[in-house]
Write a protein that binds this ligand. Structure first.
Ligand SMILES: Nc1ncnc2c1ncn2[C@@H]1O[C@H](COP(=O)(O)OP(=O)(O)OP(=O)(O)O)[C@@H](O)[C@H]1O
Length: 512
C-alpha cells in the first residue's frame, strides 16, 4: 500500500480505504448505553489540509469529531463540551499550542492529549509530554501513525470507563472458589453450579484438561448446605487400581501385607461431605462395579472386610474423556455412567471464551506480583500472543505460562522470550503485521488493552503502598517503553542524565 503522509500537502483520503472502516474498538460492544457512546475528539490545527485529513481519519474510526483552527476557537469548543481526546498542533499562531495544552491539562485532566509537531520542534513535543500530553506525532506523519495514536487514545479512554464499570463488579464471582471469568459461558456455569449445589445428586463434570473441573467441584461443595463437611479429592488416574480401591473403600486389618490395622475409606470418612473423583474414566472395570454398588446401596465394603460401612458423601466426578464413547466401546459401565451423570456440567475450553483471558491473565499476574513483590507487566507482544493463542492446555496452561515468565524474566517486563516455546512459536508465525491484517491487529490490540485494563483493575483491588524507589523504577521503565526503547530520549524526558539512566537500569537488572 502506498503510504499517505499528512503534511500541509495532504488532501485525499481515498487511497487508504482500509483506514476508512469504522473501528469497533472505539465502542464497547455489548456494554451499556453509557459506555457504548462514540468517543469525542477535538482537532486543533491552523493548516486546513491537515485539519481536514485528521478529521476524516478520526471520523472513519468512529470518533465524534469537532475541529478548530486556532487556540481561541478551541477554547470556545472546550467551553461547550468536554472531549475525550484532543489532537493538538503545537505550532499555532498567537498563543501557541503549549498554552492550550497547559489549560487543558489543568482544567480537563480527563482529556487525553496527542500533540503534533514539526521535526524541527521535537523539543516542544518532549516539553508537551512533560506537561501532560500522552503521545506525540512528528509532522509529516503517515495516516497509519495517526490511526495508531487515535486507536491507542481510544483504548485508554475505553479502559478508564471499562475499569470503572469493572471495579463495581466482582472479578471472582461470589461463592465460586477462585473462579475468574465473566464470559456468558462462565455466567452459565455459575448459574448451574449454584443450582446443583443445593441438591445431593451425583454430578459429572466434563471438559478438557485444565478447564477448572476441580474448581467447579469445590464450588459445588462450598455453595451447598454441607459446606462445613470435608471435601476430599481422589485422582483416580494417578493411583494404581489396588491403591484406589483401598483409598476409596477402606480396608480391614490384615487385608494385605502392611495393613496392620483397619482403615476407613474416603467415601466413608467424608461423612456428609463431597468426594471428588477426578479422572473417573481411568477407573478399572472392576472398580467401576464396586463404585456403582457403593452408590446404589449407600455403603462400602472395605477390602478384606466382612461387614459394610454406610456412606453419606456426595459424589462429584470429573473426566476429560468422552465417557459415552467409552461406554460404546465397553470400557466404561453404562449403568455407572448414568448413575454419575445425574447432573451434567460441561466446562468451556479457554479458546471458546477468549474474552476471559484478560481477567485470568490479570488474576495470575497479580498473584505473582504479591508473591514476588515485583510489579510485573506484560510486553505488548506477550499481550497480543496471549489474546490470540488457542490455549490447548486451557487455564492451567495460561497459569503456568505466566508463572514461568515471572520466574524467568530478568526484570518486571515479561517478554516473549520468557514465555513457553509453544507461545514463542505461535508468536513467530503470527508476528508479520501486514496491511491486510490491520483489522485483526485492531481486534488483538483491543484484547491486549483488555488484559492491561483487567490487570490494572486487579492491581487496584490489591493496591498497596508503593515505595518511591519502585515508583521511580516504574516511571523509567514505562517511559522507555512508551518511547519504544529510546533510552536517550527517555533520559531527556525524565530530566535525568544518560549515565544515571543506564546506572538505574543496571540496578534493576536490565541490560542493553
Ligand atoms: N476459571 C478459573 N479461574 C481461575 N483459575 C482457574 C480457573 N479455571 C482453572 N483455573 C486454574 O487452572 C488450574 C487447573 O484447574 P483444575 O485443576 O480445576 O482443572 P481441571 O479441569 O480439573 O484439570 P485436569 O482435567 O487436568 O485435572 C488450577 O490451578 C486452577 O486454579
Amino acid at each position: 500500500m502506498q503510504t499517505n503522509y499528512l503534511s500541509s500537502t495532504a488532501s485525499s483520503m481515498n487511497e487508504s480505504a482500509e483506514l476508512q472502516k469504522p473501528l469497533t474498538m472505539l465502542r464497547n460492544e455489548g456494554a451499556d448505553a453509557e459506555t457504548s457512546r462514540a468517543l469525542s475528539l477535538l482537532v486543533v490545527d491552523d493548516d486546513p489540509a491537515v485539519l481536514r485529513a485528521c478529521c476524516e481519519i478520526a471520523r472513519s474510526m468512529g470518533y465524534r469529531v469537532v475541529d478548530a483552527s486556532s487556540v481561541e476557537e478551541a477554547r470556545n469548543e472546550l467551553a461547550r463540551q468536554q472531549f475525550d481526546v484532543l489532537l493538538l498542533d503545537l505550532k499555532l499562531p498567537v498563543y501557541g499550542g503549549l498554552t492550550l495544552l497547559d489549560e487543558v491539562t489543568a482544567v480537563y485532566p480527563n482529556t487525553a492529549v496527542i500533540v503534533m509537531t514539526a521535526f524541527a520542534t521535537v523539543n516542544n513535543a518532549l516539553e508537551a509530554m512533560r506537561t501532560g500530553a500522552q503521545d506525540y506525532l512528528t509532522k509529516p506523519f503517515a495516516m497509519d501513525e495517526l490511526t495508531v495514536m487515535l486507536e491507542r487514545a481510544g483504548n485508554r479512554k475505553q479502559f478508564e470507563s471499562d475499569s470503572r464499570r469493572l471495579r463495581d463488579r466482582t472479578l471472582t464471582q461470589t461463592g465460586m472458589i477462585g473462579m475468574v471469568g465473566h464470559s456468558s459461558e462462565m455466567q452459565k456455569l455459575y448459574r448451574i453450579v449454584s443450582k446443583v449445589a443445593f441438591s445431593s445428586h451425583p454430578v459429572l463434570i466434563m471438559g478438557e484438561s485444565g478447564t477448572g473441573k476441580e474448581l467447579v467441584a469445590r464450588s459445588i461443595h462450598a455453595n451447598g448446605p454441607k459446606a462445613s463437611r470435608p471435601f476430599i479429592s481422589v485422582d483416580c488416574g494417578s493411583l494404581v487400581p489396588k491403591l484406589v480401591e483401598s483409598e476409596l473403600f477402606g480396608y480391614a486389618k490384615g487385608a494385605f501385607t502392611g495393613a496392620s490395622r483397619s482403615r476407613d475409606g474416603l467415601l466413608a470418612t467424608a461423612g456428609g461431605g463431597t468426594v471428588f473423583l477426578d479422572e473417573v474414566g481411568e477407573l478399572s472395570l472392576e472398580l467401576q462395579a464396586k463404585l456403582l454398588r457403593a452408590l446404589q446401596e449407600k455403603e462400602v465394603h472395605p477390602v478384606g472386610a466382612t461387614h459394610a460401612v454406610p456412606i453419606s458423601a456426595r459424589v462429584v466426578a470429573a473426566t476429560n474423556r468422552d465417557l459415552s464413547a467409552m461406554v460404546e466401546q465397553g470400557r466404561f459401565r453404562k449403568d455407572l455412567y448414568f448413575r454419575l451423570n445425574v447432573v451434567n456440567v460441561r466446562m468451556p475450553s479457554l479458546r471458546s471464551r477468549k474474552q476471559d483471558i484478560p481477567l485470568l491473565a490479570a488474576h495470575f499476574l497479580e498473584r505473582m506480583r504479591k508473591e514476588n513483590g515485583v510489579l510485573y507487566k506484560f510486553s505488548d507482544e506477550v499481550l497480543r500472543v496471549m489474546a490470540e493463542y488457542e490455549w490447548p492446555g486451557n487455564v492451567r496452561e495460561l497459569e503456568n505460562a505466566i508463572e514461568r515468565a515471572c520466574a524467568l524474566s530478568s526484570g518486571p517486563i515479561l517478554h516473549m522470550a520468557d514465555m513457553p516455546s509453544p507461545l514463542q512459536n505461535f508468536s513467530t508465525h503470527t508476528s508479520k503485521p501486514s496491511v491486510q491484517k490491520i483489522d485483526e491487529r485492531r481486534v488483538s490490540s483491543r484484547r491486549a488493552a483488555d488484559v492491561e485494563m483487567a490487570m490494572q483493575v486487579e492491581a487496584s483491588r490489591h493496591r498497596q503502598i508503593v515505595s518511591i524507589a519502585e515508583l521511580e523504577k516504574q516511571a523509567i521503565l514505562s517511559t522507555i517503553r512508551q518511547l519504544h526503547g529510546d533510552k536517550l530520549m527517555a533520559a531527556r524526558l525524565l530530566g535525568i542524565g544518560k549515565t544515571t539512566l543506564y546506572r538505574k537500569l543496571k540496578e534493576y537488572g536490565i541490560g542493553e
